[in-house]
Design a protein around this ligand. Structure first.
Ligand code: IFM
Length: 445
């Protein structure tokens, strides 16, 4: 349990994370703007065309981020903006990203850029997406263009964000575009995405051979536990879901080893040689919650602390997943996302305290968690959940686009400035803040 006395975070770089589609706004012809135009796809009927208007307000946002003392920033580029038609590049869009990246660096904020964060150009989706002919070639062309044009201002890259959430949302449960519901198709896409990362890893290092280049994946990991540990069905399902949701894809992307039911796509060479192959320079870990398994979905039992979306708040899980990543793959762990939906800012500071104290504790035990990116900076457009969930350290008024730093944002800024926490900070920001508890067993998706 987290102490109230404070803890140190020496050696951990602190910052915030975002993704293009969730903040930029604008009339981009992507899989998600198209999806949001279809009735019934987004809970509140909103569209990413509004979001936080970051495309035009990037200066103001970067200044604000700097004023909060952020040291690192994870952002993504919108593929559909940069390549609006196959093989055609939008120079102005590249310039706009360059300007933002320059300003970040001027402010002393180190950027980490994600190349694929759930969204893809509509033309790519209509060509069959990742299962379309030549998908890997098209992807490599995009990666090469971005790295060539932005490589002088960015050396740290996430190739793909949360491949497991993308695949299950888009191809298994059908609540992300293209809305397909097929486990078999999902498994095929998994294998292609793994290959896409393996290829991009080599390509980026070839284009940017310097010692500062770092390439990885942002994996969404969660602890899985059986709803009833005495129920053999719950136990088997727990193992199966864990393997399908995270273990197999993480292994394929990190080592190039495809274990069933994933299959090595044609043209991706078998790994061999001495020692384990390695296709990541850090282990990107997006951590939010834990799954209690009673059936094939994401379950939450009654009586546990939850956020506004009903996700269990379980800080120890950050340590469990980080330790597993470190012990299994031996890579430094970067927490590429961690955060919570809390519209009233009633418990975000407690959430931060508890999760950061786990970072501090686990580091002291030898697990090198070197970075922590809080999700999200300003409230973000939350995919099929729309504008409802509030993940931001900074509150957004969608009508006026006004930004207001929340108390949790001030707290996080203080943590970054002090390199840790104190009992006094606990008293001012955390004490007395409590989570709601789940009332009934809930199943997400
Ligand atoms: O908003 C998302 C993000 O795009 C991916 N990781 C989880 C976040 C919160 O749901």
């Amino acid at each position: 349990m987290a102490t109230v006395d404070g803890f140190r975070l020496d050696g951990v770089l602190l910052g915030v994370a975002t993704a293009a589609t969730q903040i930029e706004g604008g009339d981009v012809v992507s899989s998600w703007t198209d999806w949001a135009d279809r009735p019934g796809t987004i809970r509140d009927g909103s569209s990413p065309r509004r979001a936080t208007d970051h495309w035009d307000r990037w200066r103001e946002d970067t200044e604000l981020m700097a004023s909060l003392g952020m040291q690192v920033y994870r952002m993504s580029v919108e593929w559909a903006r940069l390549e609006p038609r196959p093989g055609e590049w939008d120079d102005a869009a590249f310039r706009r990203y360059r300007d933002e990246l320059h300003l970040l660096r001027e402010k002393g904020i180190r950027p980490l850029v994600t190349l694929h964060h759930f969204s893809q150009p509509l033309w790519f989706e209509r060509d069959g997406g990742w299962l379309g002919p030549g998908a890997l070639w098209v992807w490599e062309r995009f990666v090469a263009e971005v790295v060539t044009r932005l490589g002088d201002v960015v050396t740290e890259w996430v190739t793909i964000n949360e491949p497991n959430v993308f695949v299950t949302g888009a191809h298994v449960f059908g609540d992300f575009p293209p809305g397909h519901r097929s486990l078999r198709e999902g498994l095929r896409v998994y294998s292609v995405l793994a290959a896409a990362h393996l290829r991009a890893y080599g390509l980026i290092h070839a284009l940017q051979p310097g010692p500062d280049t770092r390439v990885g994946v942002a994996h969404h990991l969660r602890p899985f536990r059986p709803g009833n540990p005495r129920n053999p069905w719950h136990r088997v399902l727990t193992r199966t879901m864990r393997h399908l949701f995270q273990d197999a894809i993480v292994r394929a992307m990190t080592t190039g080893e495809f274990t069933g039911p994933l299959r090595r796509p044609p043209g991706i060479p078998q790994q061999g040689g001495e020692g384990p192959a390695r296709y990541a320079d850090f282990f990107g870990l997006n951590y939010y919650s834990r799954t209690t398994v009673t059936r094939f979905d994401d379950g939450t039992p009654p009586g546990v602390p939850v956020n506004d979306l009903g996700w269990e708040v379980y800080a120890a899980g950050l340590g469990e997943t980080a330790r597993w990543a470190w012990e299994t793959y031996g890579l430094p762990v970067w927490v590429t996302e961690n955060g919570t939906a809390d519209a009233a800012d009633a418990f975000r500071s407690r959430y931060l305290w508890e999760h950061l104290s786990v970072v501090s504790e686990v580091r002291a035990q030898g697990v090198p968690i070197d970075r922590y990116y809080h999700w999200c900076f300003v409230d973000n457009w939350e995919w099929n959940e729309g504008e409802g969930p509030r993940f931001g350290l900074v509150a957004l008024d969608y009508e006026t686009q006004q930004r207001t730093v929340r108390d949790s944002g001030r707290f996080f800024a203080e943590v970054a400035r002090e390199g840790g926490t104190t009992a006094d900070m606990h008293a001012r920001h955390v004490s007395g803040r409590i989570y709601p508890a789940s009332r009934v067993e809930a199943h997400h998706r």
